[in-house]
Design a binder for this molecule. Structure first.
Ligand code: ATR
Length: 277
């Protein structure tokens, strides 16, 4: 059974070891390979893969929007995100889903971190934020604030998600206007999530006011890394009690994709604990 992950760059991807470890739990024989695919070749590459016995693909940056566009059938949550992180050939049609949000929510559940009635701050208004915001809202936080360096982008994202929310979300959810990175300092948050792309490049600076961490119980960077990211260091310097990277979310989103591809539900606890080491 043929699976894979596509992106650019792709060398760093840990998806093969995660999916092989899931398959081992069921003695399932799979091949899971990584492929460097550029945006302009994405559509033809994916079609070739599925025409040649491919069953499922994980999709990473920068191809999540391309993957979404080439699918024949799109899940509601991928529609909300406007992006897909997994593709699945079902009944000769390419189905697209976005399992990032459910991956984050399941990761927080395992960590016994409640979203319900909490004040949540998401920093960043790009594709990564789009992927997680609908799932965070479905857990009924007290308030979700999106802050972004470029304010207009945050306003646009919030307006689009509120537009969708009339159909897909519970109406009781509060989502006030977005804020820029400069004017969030006076608000207090229980959970701060970094969904900017800053952690992916070591030389970039994250210009946030460390005051945002003052009442936070948890800070989580969606990026996964062996070393603390700049965001994680800032949170630790401000004595946030629990600081995490995105490893747990990565494993959980993979588990959701794996179970859709195979119908089997893998146990994620050992992989999350060991970090695959
Ligand atoms: P992704 O798909 O990873 O979300 P993206 O769509 O390019 O990537 O979005 C990147 C996000 O990181 C944006 O919110 C971006 O802010 P701008 O909209 O102002 O560009 C944010 N970002 C990138 N570099 C940043 C930095 N140095 N400080 C703060 N935010 C940054």
């Amino acid at each position: 059974m043929k699976y894979g992950v596509i992106g650019f760059p792709i060398e760093h991807s840990r998806s093969p070891e995660i999916h092989n470890s899931f398959a081992n739990q069921f003695d399932l024989e799979i091949t899971f390979t990584k492929h460097l695919v550029r945006k302009h070749e994405c559509s033809s590459w994916v079609k070739d893969f599925f025409n040649n016995e491919g069953i499922g693909l994980s999709v990473t940056l920068p191809l999540k929007e391309e993957a979404f566009k080439l699918a024949d059938v799109i899940s509601d949550r991928a529609l909300q995100a406007g992006a897909a992180n997994m593709l699945h050939l079902k009944e000769d049609k390419i189905f697209a889903d976005c399992t990032d949000g459910v991956g984050l929510v399941n990761d927080l559940k395992v960590k016994e971190i409640e979203l319900q009635a909490k004040n949540v701050l998401v920093i960043g208004a790009g594709g990564a934020s789009r992927g997680i915001i609908p799932s965070i809202l479905s857990e009924n936080p007290q308030q979700l604030i999106v802050a972004n360096r470029t304010a207009e982008k945050a306003y646009k994202l919030v307006a689009e998600i509120q537009g969708l929310s009339a159909f897909h979300m519970k109406s009781s959810i509060l989502m006030p206007s977005s804020l820029t990175l400069d004017n969030i300092a006076n608000t207090s948050f229980d959970l701060v999530i970094n969904a900017t792309s800053t952690s992916t490049s070591p030389e970039s600076k994250l210009e946030i006011n460390s005051e945002i961490f003052k009442d936070a119980a948890v800070a989580l960077d969606l990026y996964y890394s062996q070393k603390d990211t700049l965001f994680m260091k800032m949170a630790k310097d401000q004595s946030v009690p629990e600081v995490f990277d995105g490893w747990g979310m990565l494993v959980q989103q993979a588990a959701e994709s794996f179970s859709q591809w195979t119908g089997l539900e893998p146990d994620t606890s050992e992989l999350i604990r060991s970090r695959g080491a």
